[in-house]
Write a protein that binds this ligand. Structure first.
Ligand code: PXL
Length: 249
């Protein structure tokens, strides 16, 4: 059995982050270890939330797991509660993730807006993605990582490819691309662009007529399950995309 480290927040209400990653990666047949980044009453999409930053406890978990001789086949990080947690995650990879697949979902925002809790996380995330094998930004996160404004009018696939080529990660899956942001995408379709060491594949699906917080986490979690099993990136993205679509219905 493979072992995956899930570094993400625990939101008490709202189907996102650890609440979806843990059951999904487990159902893919892997043993999961949880390293929380923050504890929230509910995700930040609600009007109010409580937020407990878990930074102060994370190093203790890592020391303890290292002393116990625990190591990982997959390190999957999502929502970070502070910029320092990018360094803690890098340190985690160095100590417990030698030879592991490293999946970083750079959770920073959506629809052109960064989450309130992000603070200095964006600049630190730029360092964390250097150590990743695969990252899964949406367009808002891709723009933030590239240090550019979110586009006011639709951009081309070529422009997204150019942004990907400026990032230091070999495999980038840009998620949730739609007609209102990308010129070439058809109406009522939603697409992912896979940039695998410079070569581009576009996968698309029928668009489900609603939006939910946490759908990106469901997608990244199924992708995590596939990559941990050794499934190739494009096949794992297609499986994640299809099951994530079905989970909306
Ligand atoms: O699904 C991304 C996410 C993760 N964690 C928290 C969030 C969100 C999105 O709003 O608020 C706490």
């Amino acid at each position: 059995m493979k072992r995956a480290a899930l570094i993400n927040d625990l939101s008490g209400v709202g189907r996102c982050s650890l609440s979806v990653a843990l059951p999904i990666v487990s159902a893919c047949g892997h043993e999961c270890a949880v390293l929380p980044t923050a504890l929230l009453s509910n995700h930040t999409g609600f009007e109010h939330y409580t937020f407990y930053d878990f930074t102060g406890h994370m190093r203790g978990y890592i020391d303890c797991w290292e002393e116990l001789g625990i190591s990982f086949d997959m390190v999957y990080s999502g929502f970070l509660g502070s910029g320092v947690q990018a360094d803690i995650t890098l340190n985690f990879i160095e100590r417990l993730g030698k030879g592991a697949v490293r999946l970083v979902d750079p959770v920073l925002g959506d629809n052109g807006v960064l989450y309130d809790t992000c603070g200095d996380v964006t600049e630190h995330m730029r360092r964390l993605i250097r150590a990743a094998d695969v990252i899964t930004p949406n367009l808002t996160e891709l723009c933030a990582l590239c240090g550019r404004e979110y586009p006011e009018s639709p951009i081309s696939i070529a422009e997204i490819e150019r942004m990907c080529s400026r990032l230091p990660t070999g495999c980038i899956v840009v998620t949730g691309l739609e007609r209102d942001t990308v010129l070439e995408i058809e109406h009522n379709r939603v697409a992912n662009l896979i940039c695998e060491n410079g070569s581009i594949t576009l996968t698309d699906n029928e668009k489900f007529p609603a939006a939910y917080c946490g759908t990106g986490d469901v997608f990244a979690s199924v992708l995590c399950g596939g990559l941990t099993s050794g499934v190739k990136l494009t096949a794992a993205v297609r499986a994640a995309f299809n099951s994530h679509f079905r989970s909306c219905r």
